[in-house]
Design a protein around this ligand. Structure first.
Ligand code: ADP
Ligand code: ASP
Ligand code: MG
Length: 409
């Protein structure tokens, strides 16, 4: 008998029929003798709908009130799923984040989980019930409702697994595992049976939305056994493994991409010590995260050009701040571009293989795709390209690195 935490995402609980199907699956696990805690998302589209309502009233709603609103989506699904379980003669109880004391900090809309009191959940499990917990939400020290950032139910599930010391966290979604890249962009993408935790962390942080990045961080910190699998079909899914060499001798395991990018450039800044910090300091003070940074020295002048990227949602704010800094520094011009994307190759195999970057750049060049920025780390290479090249770029690289499915005879 094992203690399993299962998380079902929006599509998996998108209709009453789907909720009934989820109840059927949960019930089967229980009938095999397992204890099951279920974490659910809001029905698909619901969180977006709620954000839309708020924005009709205020373009930037107060974060505290937004959390009160957004947390209602998950409250609907916990109740419906518990009813569906009970309707199938499976004893169940639903709980909001607050009810099971998912204690977070007070950073509304992007709160971090600090502690979970598993006592109530355990008591229900011991009484033979399935426990259904609302994902994505918690409560802070003041008793205010918080949410964990978009896609945050993954993190709720992993955190609950860690708190209960459960045997496995199963993330049920609308694809049957983690693929070499998003199968919606490259239909030839191949499902991975295993991916190392480190690679999954990179994939998630570079834009693969199959798991929220914080859920992967949490899994790493507490060594939570994590599996991604389909709620629509049976299968083993993809195991996130902590063994370094679990994956075949692949150089590249996957391709991640992000459409959430924007680029800002300041041209003709005097090239003096401290310039980079004068430019980025005010951006950091405004709590805007900077991703890639490139600085060029102009050949014959004592000036430099400085480019960096931020999340597209922060573009307007960053541009405003940069314009002010540019005036103070006597820079020539400020440019901005929101029609860019980032494509990244990820693989622990990169450590032991040379020439990956050059193969990447050559493949993109052959398709006439201009690379605007580059950044590398030990197990990833990222490039920024024009938005219109996203699909072509991903497919080209998928091909160039032989990531497609083996031909079926
Ligand atoms: P859920 O609502 O279940 O949380 P998400 O939409 O958040 O589901 O995540 C699943 C989606 O992630 C898939 O439908 C797929 O389009 C996308 N995705 C992006 N990258 C990958 C990848 N490498 N492997 C699998 N799915 C991916
Ligand atoms: N419902 C939330 C969202 O849409 C959380 C989640 O689905 O994980 O972002
Ligand atoms: Mg998700």
């Amino acid at each position: 008998m094992a203690l399993i935490v299962q998380k079902y995402g929006g599509t998996s609980v998108g209709t009453v029929e789907r909720i009934m199907a989820v109840a059927g699956r949960v019930k089967r696990w229980r009938e095999q003798g397992h204890q099951v805690v279920v974490v659910v998302s809001a029905m698909s589209g619901e969180t977006d709908r709620l954000v839309g309502l708020a924005r009709e009233i205020q373009p930037l709603p107060e974060p505290r009130e937004l959390d009160v609103l957004l947390s209602t989506g998950e409250q609907v699904t916990i109740a419906l799923l518990s009813m569906a379980l009970q309707a199938q003669d499976c004893p169940a109880r639903s709980y909001t984040g607050a009810q099971v004391h998912i204690l977070t900090d007070s950073a509304h809309n992007k709160a971090r989980i600090r502690d979970i009191d598993g006592a109530r959940v355990r008591a229900d499990l011991d009484a033979g019930r399935v426990v259904v917990v609302a994902g994505f939400q918690g409560i802070d020290e003041q008793g205010d409702i918080t949410t964990l950032g978009r896609g945050g139910s993954d993190t709720s599930a992993v955190a609950i697994t860690a708190a209960l010391k459960a045997d496995e966290c199963q993330i049920y979604t609308d694809v049957d595992g983690v693929y070499t890249t998003d199968p919606r962009v490259e239909p030839k993408a191949r499902k991975l049976d295993r991916i190392t935790f480190e690679e999954m962390l990179e994939m998630a942080s570079l834009g693969s939305k199959v798991l929220q990045i914080r859920s992967v961080e949490f899994a790493g910190k507490y060594r939570v056994p994590l599996r991604v699998l389909s709620s629509f079909e049976e299968g083993e899914g993809t195991l996130i493994t902590f063994e370094e060499n679990a994956v075949e001798d692949a150089q590249i395991s996957g391709i991640a991409f992000s459409r959430d990018e924007a680029k800002l450039t300041v041209l003709g800044v005097p090239d003096q010590p401290g310039v980079a910090s004068r430019i980025l300091g005010p951006i950091a003070d405004a709590n805007i995260e900077v991703d890639m940074i490139v600085q060029n020295i102009a050949a014959h002048e004592a000036t430099t050009d400085f480019t960096f990227t931020v999340h597209r949602n922060e573009y307007e704010r960053a541009l405003d701040i940069l314009r002010r800094t540019a005036t103070e520094l006597g820079a020539r011009e400020v440019l901005g571009d929101t029609r860019i994307v980032k494509i990244s190759l990820v693989g622990v195999g990169m450590r032991s293989h040379a020439g990956i970057a050059s193969r990447m750049f050559a493949s993109l060049a052959k398709e006439g795709i201009n690379i605007r920025m580059i950044s590398t780390s030990e197990i990833k290479i990222s490039v920024v390209v024009d938005e219109k090249y996203l699909e072509l770029g991903v497919r080209t690289l998928h091909d160039a690195f032989g990531l497609e499915r083996a031909e079926v005879a």
